[in-house]
Ligand binder design. Sequence first.
Ligand SMILES: Nc1ncnc2c1ncn2[C@@H]1O[C@H](COP(=O)(O)OP(=O)(O)OP(=O)(O)O)[C@@H](O)[C@H]1O
Ligand SMILES: Nc1ncnc2c1ncn2[C@@H]1O[C@H](COP(=O)(O)OP(=O)(O)OP(=O)(O)O)[C@@H](O)[C@H]1O
Ligand SMILES: [Mg+2]
Ligand SMILES: [Mg+2]
Lengths: 259, 259
Amino acid sequence: KTRVLAVANEKGGVGKTVTVINLGAALQQEGRQVLIVDMDPQFNATRGLGVEPDADAGSIYDLVAGDGSKTVNDVLVSTRWEGLDLIPSHVDLTGAEVELVEVAGREDRLKSALSELEGRYDFIICDTPPSLSLLTINVFSYAREVLVPCQTHPYAYAALGELFDTIDAVGQEINDGLSITGILATLYDQRTRVGHRILEKLKADERYGPLLLDTVIRANTTIADSADAGKPVVFYRRGSYGAEDYTALAREILSRPAR
Amino acid sequence: KTRVLAVANEKGGVGKTVTVINLGAALQQEGRQVLIVDMDPQFNATRGLGVEPDADAGSIYDLVAGDGSKTVNDVLVSTRWEGLDLIPSHVDLTGAEVELVEVAGREDRLKSALSELEGRYDFIICDTPPSLSLLTINVFSYAREVLVPCQTHPYAYAALGELFDTIDAVGQEINDGLSITGILATLYDQRTRVGHRILEKLKADERYGPLLLDTVIRANTTIADSADAGKPVVFYRRGSYGAEDYTALAREILSRPAR
Ligand SMILES: Nc1ncnc2c1ncn2[C@@H]1O[C@H](COP(=O)(O)OP(=O)(O)OP(=O)(O)O)[C@@H](O)[C@H]1O
Ligand SMILES: Nc1ncnc2c1ncn2[C@@H]1O[C@H](COP(=O)(O)OP(=O)(O)OP(=O)(O)O)[C@@H](O)[C@H]1O
Ligand SMILES: [Mg+2]
Ligand SMILES: [Mg+2]
């Protein structure tokens, strides 16, 4: 059975895209077949995997809001790394919110577009934009699990309430199979007082503590350099903190099956 | 004449809110009267100034999408620092996008709501959410200047094209008085190869180079700690890198009048 993960947090810049790319690559290194689905109109996961968006070749836009002329097999591409495939995004996706306003079942467009992929991959991991709008709701309607990157900073911590409420609402109204697999502390810098404080706050919180993953992603320059090189960090520099942390995350996700 | 600045970049987590709060406070320290307008439904600028959002007291939502029962003077609050006022945000603002879809002149709601403030402040600085949607367009319709924080990282750099195109389009169709005052390099970490590379790329670019401000905001832990304390960095720790950099920015903005 394919595990389908949404990586989401409406706070911007918390490490959603970095987590999608690097968890995907680390799972591939563990021998799993992985598909990345980029549902962010800024297509950073596409770019971070070294793929150039191409309107002619097609993108997730064609599946979610296009005229139906392209199928999932038309737009799905392989990356340079065997067993790590991608459905790229494109800036056209920005228009999808408005284009789908009047369309019935607009929150289920992704789910119906990707239903034929069931069983073809061990993991399907979806990147989302920094908002709880229609694109993210589409991902919540399709996925069975949510991974919540949370920068150890008060603005990211404060965003969790609204995010959890939204996931609960989707769970009740649209997709009762959706549950939160875990909260991932990211960009953790042990030099800052605030980093420690927020990590402790997460651990102590009734709602968030039990969901906090053991793996903590440390802030480290290799992650930023690898994103610049268009490569996941496990392929960019194996012995780095980034590669270590995302490998640990992959193993922890494998050890925690979907609820 | 009041200078009205939009602080915008659709890439998440590039330091928009940190810049709004700290530039505002640094300008107040230079003796200017400053108003912060928080147009992000996640109300981080409100929180970062130590103010709790309160639906009864009102927020920017009441002015942009409410029933007209509240005026700008009802919702405007002073912060703990004399000469630094705020129009707070509230989570209700998330609904404004959808609520205003059918309303004529929906992009001008902010402009008409705040028109009576002309001349009351030296600076009005607006925070925006990480998207180019209706809330950000409202700010572009109202403001006369745009300050673009750009993290020295490839994802933030790549977002500039779409942002500039959007500002150009607003300038032609809605607000011909809008121009870009500058690009502010933020979260600059001289230890990373990518930090240097993106800064050099910005300087060398035909479109972005001439707009790049001299001030560069360095990544430093005091900024994160001050945000956690609900205080601008110039009030949190005067001698820190953060206080130095945002004071330099305030002086540079004062020396570069609106185009
Ligand atoms: N562990 C880390 N160490 C250092 N830098 C990191 C780390 N994780 C993420 N970053 C950097 O932080 C920035 C934000 O990361 P990223 O773009 O993945 O966040 P995001 O949540 O996807 O942002 P958005 O909300 O815009 O989609 C990027 O510059 C990225 O390289
Ligand atoms: N110069 C800096 N040094 C250290 N940390 C910084 C600096 N500037 C911003 N930050 C931190 O980076 C994160 C992102 O900053 P901020 O929230 O201001 O960005 P934003 O662009 O407003 O994000 P969003 O897109 O979610 O609105 C925060 O955790 C903030 O404290
Ligand atoms: Mg992202
Ligand atoms: Mg912000």
